[in-house]
Ligand binder design. Structure first.
Ligand SMILES: [Zn+2]
Length: 411
């Protein structure tokens, strides 16, 4: 039976609490794992865009029996701690994974600061917040920000937000009766009623929020917007705070160093170096295309000159060593000539056979190909004017080519 009790949420008044004592008031199984509800907890349950804490519970006064908290779920006033093993006691000590909690507090408090910055710089309201594993997002109720304007808005909001970090403003949480809320300049109306928890960044932002926050904006460290995108009627802003922003700075420095080394230039010259490389690549590809076209034309001419006359037809049956793509181009060039019947075998790791013919030739290239590759122990097919198949080995390719020649002689 689950008692009609609620869990006292210690993080409401002290988000810096890392360890606490509590008592199990209920037990159940959640998704195949043991779970306990405590009379009091510092563990934050998933909610309000913020993921749950992790950590450990252990019997009070005993060194053995530590179990890990893998999920935390709020349900009807109780906070459930989902465990990786059964907890062998009712009187327990809980300890948070502090690195994870501090990271969440940096991102979440950074969100409050950034959301207020968008209100002040562009009158843009935050309608949603998500604290992700790698990045966090807020959705703004504005889409009328063109690309240039968006960049300017990003820069302006980021500057306001980081100034608030530099000012090291205290962050506090206070409970208000709903009736007293009109004295508080809330950024947006609360979603809950009754006793309302208001998180305030001194003299800057007031938000109804049940999450965990750092106690001073300086602890956010840094706010960096890393992307914006339009999503339906909203603009999604992706950002990093604190340790995540520093890690991203380190990642970008490694990336820039790698590029600088490869281009043997300075960071300032990188974009110009990349532009030059792209232009060179484009010119080389154009020249290569021209050379390839000339090579295909002269190769087709040589094969055509050596073609075997057979009534109205001229038969070209050859094995080649270049790529299948090249062989296809040569075959295409040849089938444009009246009377052409073309069988090209391409040697290599995966030998291929191509059969095609001119439009004025009545011959089913698909039938011809199937006959040839079947004799060669392979398979393939295609249209009456173009077919392609594969055989296992170069020796099998020679067998298939010979079979195609015999079949042509018989028609
Ligand atoms: Zn919050």
């Amino acid at each position: 039976m689950i008692p009609t009790q609620t869990t006292e949420r210690l993080y409401y008044l002290d988000s810096t609490l890392r360890e606490f004592a509590g008592r199990v008031v209920a037990r159940q199984e959640l998704a195949g794992r043991p779970a306990v509800a405590l009379d009091r907890t510092a563990f934050y349950p998933t909610g309000g865009g913020q993921p749950h804490d992790t950590g450990a519970l252990r019997p009070r006064g005993a060194p053995e029996g530590v179990v890990h908290v893998v999920d935390v779920i709020a349900d009807d006033g109780l906070v459930w701690h989902v465990l990786d093993a059964p907890l062998p006691a009712d009187d327990v000590v809980g300890a948070l994974d502090w690195a994870r909690r501090l990271d969440h507090m940096q991102q979440h408090t950074g969100q409050h600061v950034l959301s207020q910055a968008f209100v002040q710089t562009r009158d843009a309201e935050t309608v949603a917040f998500h604290l992700g594993v790698n990045t966090s997002t807020i959705d703004l109720n504005r889409v009328d920000l063109g690309p240039d304007d968006l960049a300017a808005t990003e820069a302006a909001a980021e500057a306001v937000a980081n100034a608030v970090i530099d000012e090291a403003r205290p962050v506090t949480a206070t409970f208000y009766d709903e009736a007293a809320l009109d004295q508080v300049p809330l950024r947006k109306p609360p979603k809950v009623s009754g006793q309302i928890r208001v998180v305030q960044v001194a003299g800057y932002d007031w938000s109804a929020c049940g999450g965990t926050h750092v106690s001073n904006t300086a602890q956010i460290g840094l706010i960096k917007i890393i992307g914006t995108e339009r999503r339906g009627p909203e603009t999604r802003v992706t950002f990093l705070c604190g340790g995540r922003a520093r890690a991203d700075y380190a990642r970008l420095t490694t990336l820039a160093d790698g590029l600088v080394a490869r281009f043997t230039t300075s960071q300032d010259e990188l974009l110009a170096a990349v532009d030059r490389l792209l232009a060179e690549g484009k010119a080389v590809r154009r020249e290569l295309g021209e050379l390839e076209a000339a090579w295909v034309a002269s190769t087709a001419d040589a094969l055509w000159a050596a073609a075997r006359p057979a009534g109205d037809r001229r038969v070209i049956a050859v094995a080649v060593d270049y790529s299948v793509e090249r062989a296809k181009r040569v075959a295409q060039a040849l089938r444009g000539r009246p009377g052409a019947v073309v069988v090209v075998g391409v040697r290599g790791e995966r030998p291929q056979l191509i059969c095609t013919r001119a439009d004025d030739v009545t011959l089913d290239a698909g039938d011809l190909l199937r006959t040839a590759v079947t004799v060669g122990g392979g398979r393939g097919g295609g249209r009456p004017d173009w077919a392609q198949g594969g055989v296992p080995t170069d020796a099998a390719l020679d067998v298939a080519l010979a079979a195609a020649a015999r079949s042509l002689d018989a028609t």
